[in-house]
Design a protein around this ligand. Structure first.
Ligand SMILES: Nc1ncnc2c1ncn2[C@@H]1O[C@H](COP(=O)(O)OP(=O)(O)OP(=O)(O)O)[C@@H](O)[C@H]1O
Length: 242
């Protein structure tokens, strides 16, 4: 389980996260929603140890990110918001490189790469240099790279951003397979239908605070609205006005 315990983060006078607590259970897909600047990426970065909390802690499978950042990170697969690729390596080589860094054997690596390339429909780009890749081609490669070592906990910052419908479907299938294998996924998104389609639960943050969490229908009911989008807007605006 990923436990987020009372985390706050300030950048100078800006409070990016404000005493936020939440969790991601085993084998659960959780969607993280928030307006631009709500604090989603800061929270993600904090979970993978790139940003240190000003207060609070995050515990992954019993390991504190603050006390043992490397051990905690070893449990994660991460798609950061600004992931880059080695342009002089092919898509497959980019994925393999990360797999080797994660200590996979050559057999495990080949098996995992083949599987991901297949699920994400990357056969036509697997052997191409990453230089010149389109947004979707880059996204597929960084996504495959993030989970090549089959991590138990997966953090994805806007994984379907800019992807076409076929690729988005492939990503959905991939995430459902991760869940079926007992892995946990936390992903941020601005796409309500995406979250409704995939997630067991959603977390909505506004102004660095958790303003709602639960199954989509629970959140919609709590906000006394008819849809997740309306609930999201109502909860986010209420925090803006407050
Ligand atoms: N390193 C930093 N230094 C100063 N301010 C920062 C830093 N990182 C984030 N912030 C600020 O913290 C707030 C939350 O930013 P964050 O990137 O977490 O938002 P977000 O929800 O991911 O937004 P978006 O949907 O636009 O990606 C913003 O006001 C942002 O400007």
């Amino acid at each position: 389980m990923i436990e987020i315990n009372n985390v706050s983060k300030t950048f100078g006078s800006l409070r990016a996260l404000d005493n936020l607590s939440a969790c991601v259970g085993e084998g659960e897909i959780v969607g993280l929603l928030g307006l631009n600047g709500a604090g989603k990426s800061t929270l993600m970065r904090m979970i993978y140890g790139l940003v240190e909390p000003t207060a609070g802690d995050i515990v992954i499978n019993g390991t504190s990110v603050v006390e043992h950042p490397e051990k905690a990170r070893s449990l994660l697969g991460v798609l950061p918001d600004n992931a880059g690729l080695y342009k002089r390596l092919s898509a497959r080589e980019n994925i393999e490189y990360f797999g080797r860094l994660q200590g996979l054997s050559e057999t495990e690596l080949a098996e995992s790469c083949d599987e991901l390339i297949d699920i994400l429909g990357m056969n036509s780009i697997a052997g191409r240099y990453a230089d010149g890749f389109s947004l979707g081609e880059r996204m597929k490669t960084v996504l495959a790279r993030a989970i090549v070592h089959r991590p138990k906990y997966i953090l994805l910052d806007e994984p379907t951003n800019g992807l076409d419908v076929i690729t988005t479907r492939a990503v959905r299938t991939l995430l459902r397979e991760q869940k079926a294998a007992g892995r946990s996924v936390l992903f941020s998104s601005h796409l309500m239908y995406e979250v409704e389609n995939l997630c067991d639960r959603v977390l909505i943050i506004a102004g660095g605070k958790l303003v709602a969490e639960g199954r989509v229908e629970q959140v919609v009911q709590q906000a006394q609205t008819q849809s997740l989008e309306e609930a999201f807007v109502r909860l986010s605006e209420a925090t803006h006005v407050a």
